[in-house]
Design a protein around this ligand. Structure first.
Ligand code: FEO
Length: 171
């Protein structure tokens, strides 16, 4: 059974994961608008991943006898100044999400809620990957600078990303 405080915190995290999906979909739309379909593909896959994160929290709340209550999702930004600015935004966002997950773990430990702590450990590992994968693109974009050819090649690379449901190979 979840405490009321934990139930509310997990509901807040469902909202944050859905906002993440919305943010990355907005970034996908931005990349489509500047004809970088590979970058858009990367962001679309990221959107799908965020939806699975939200669903994991949703299922867990019910599994533990809680109640999911969905709130309004904030509107994401409409545009970014450059591909680098968008990926820097993605990286910063993931760092914020990591901090939220850490806060949830702290709450679980405070409440001696070992089941929730155990559940959250998947997200602790996932956030390491989430930060690293966004930062990897940031670093490549910094190296490329304004070279159109490099952007074109990176667009092809990012276009090859495919979606793997959590818990499957290549996650
Ligand atoms: Fe659900 Fe990108 O963290």
């Amino acid at each position: 059974m979840l405490s009321k405080e934990m139930e509310e915190a997990l509901n807040k995290q469902i909202n944050a994961e859905l906002y993440s999906a919305y943010l990355y979909l907005a970034m996908a739309a931005y990349f489509e608008s500047i004809n970088l379909s590979g970058f858009a593909n990367w962001m679309t896959i990221q959107t799908q991943e965020e939806l699975t994160h939200a669903k994991k929290f949703y299922d867990f709340v019910y599994e533990r006898g809680g109640r999911v209550v969905l709130g309004a999702i904030d509107a994401p930004p409409k545009s970014w100044d450059s591909p680098l600015a968008a990926f820097e935004g993605a990286y910063e966002h993931e760092c914020k999400v990591s901090a939220m997950i850490n806060d949830l773990v702290n709450l679980a430990l405070k409440e001696k809620d070992h089941a929730t702590n155990n559940f959250l450990q998947w997200f602790v590992s996932e956030q390491v990957e989430e930060e690293a994968s966004a930062d990897a693109v940031v670093q490549k974009l910094k190296l490329i600078g304004d070279h159109g050819n490099g952007i074109f090649m990176l667009d092809r690379e990012l276009g090859q990303r495919v979606f793997h449901a959590p818990g499957t190979a290549g996650e």
